[in-house]
Write a protein that binds this ligand. Structure first.
Ligand SMILES: Cc1cc2nc3c(=O)[nH]c(=O)nc-3n(C[C@H](O)[C@H](O)[C@H](O)COP(=O)(O)OP(=O)(O)OC[C@H]3O[C@@H](n4cnc5c(N)ncnc54)[C@H](O)[C@@H]3O)c2cc1C
Length: 306
């Protein structure tokens, strides 16, 4: 298979590159949030243009070599974005372009959501994207995508207007509901089954400062009270701007309960989260940027632990 890597290297442009173990770029390219999702490929390739992705796809098709495509590397399924063959890392697809005239955003498929929110912050707009730091745009959007804004605006797939797609036969197509309605439908949950997406056109949404943060509960005798409050919130909350993300953690023998609290406005209506604030906890809820809120969720604790 080494000769296939060499063939790719010879045919792609100088903007793109092929790496072999133990090059640091190779190691970075194959890294996943879940260690069990990482496999050692023969080589990793970082295409920088859609034309180079097309060239790679043609070689893969001719040689029938196993391959994988990775975005943010947050799949928990071994083999979804890892392979023993040719590993395609999309990290060089890293542009975000906001179009104020029609309220859309072109987002490259190698980005993680942190990058997207950071780029859009100066314009006071956002998109229906990931809830925590590190999750990739591509896998999240191609798999459905449940966001902090989904109760208001739907899933990520409901907010995609177009895809630039490199098909398995190496042709580059622009997929919309008008141009290729069947593929457009298929990509809603289709992951990598229809080719490699290089760019998404997303609906832009107005974004104010938000309210929220992380509450940490360590008194196990209060866990029942928290769970009762959660069930009550789940049954009674009718405000789509209010959301909670509860998690139990066990680290170094200690069990804790964390509650990420979100309200999609600078302040929450009085009483919205009182039940949780009234149980003894660490942490504060405050007005902050959307990106600062995303960064507050402590996913780094379990990065590389599975
Ligand atoms: C800590 C954590 C928090 C999460 N939070 C949420 C959440 O709040 N809401 C939610 O809906 N999901 C959430 N997820 C699930 C996450 O959205 C999926 O695992 C998603 O597939 C990750 O996308 P990725 O690009 O990071 O992953 P990758 O592992 O890179 O890719 C996932 C899949 O997408 C394919 N793919 C990647 N790039 C492309 C491309 N350019 N073209 C075609 N196919 C491609 C891969 O081949 C693979 O099959 C979370 C996961 C983790 C680990």
């Amino acid at each position: 298979m080494l000769d296939i890597c060499q063939s790719i290297k010879n045919k792609i442009s100088s903007d793109s590159e092929v790496f072999y173990w133990p090059d640091p770029s190779y190691i970075d390219d194959i890294k996943h949030y879940a260690t069990t999702s990482t496999t050692l490929p023969i080589c990793s390739v970082e295409p920088a243009t859609s034309a180079d992705v097309a060239t790679i796809m043609k070689i893969i098709r001719e040689t029938q070599v196993p391959f994988a495509v990775k975005g943010g590397g947050h799949t928990l399924n071994p083999g979804f974005s890892s392979t023993t063959g040719i590993h395609i890392a999309m990290r060089r697809f890293d542009k975000v372009i906001y179009h104020a005239n029609n309220q859309t955003v072109d987002v490259d498929s190698g980005l993680i959501w942190d990058d997207v929110y950071r780029a859009l912050d100066p314009y006071n707009v956002s998109v229906v994207g990931g809830r925590v730091s590190g999750v990739g745009v591509a896998g999240f959007t191609l798999g459905g995508g449940y966001s902090w804004k989904s109760n208001q605006f739907g899933l990520a797939i409901d907010n995609v207007l177009g895809y630039e797609l490199v098909s398995p036969n190496g042709t580059i197509v622009y997929v919309t509901n008008d141009s290729y309605s069947d593929i457009f439908f298929g990509l809603k949950g289709g992951f990598n089954n229809f080719g490699i997406v290089t760019n998404f056109k997303l609906r832009a949404l107005p974004q104010t400062l938000v309210y929220g943060g992380l509450l940490i509960y360590v008194d196990i005798h209060k866990f029942d009270n928290i769970l009762t409050a959660l069930v009550k919130f789940q049954n009674n909350n009718k405000d789509p701007k209010a959301q909670l993300l509860p998690s139990f953690f066990r680290q170094a023998g200690l069990i804790s309960f964390t509650l990420t609290v979100f309200y999609d406005a600078p302040t929450a209506p009085t009483g919205t989260f009182d039940e949780f604030m009234n149980i003894s906890h660490f942490g504060v809820l405050k007005t902050r940027s959307f990106l600062s809120f995303i960064k507050a969720v402590p996913v780094f604790i379990t990065d590389g632990m599975r």
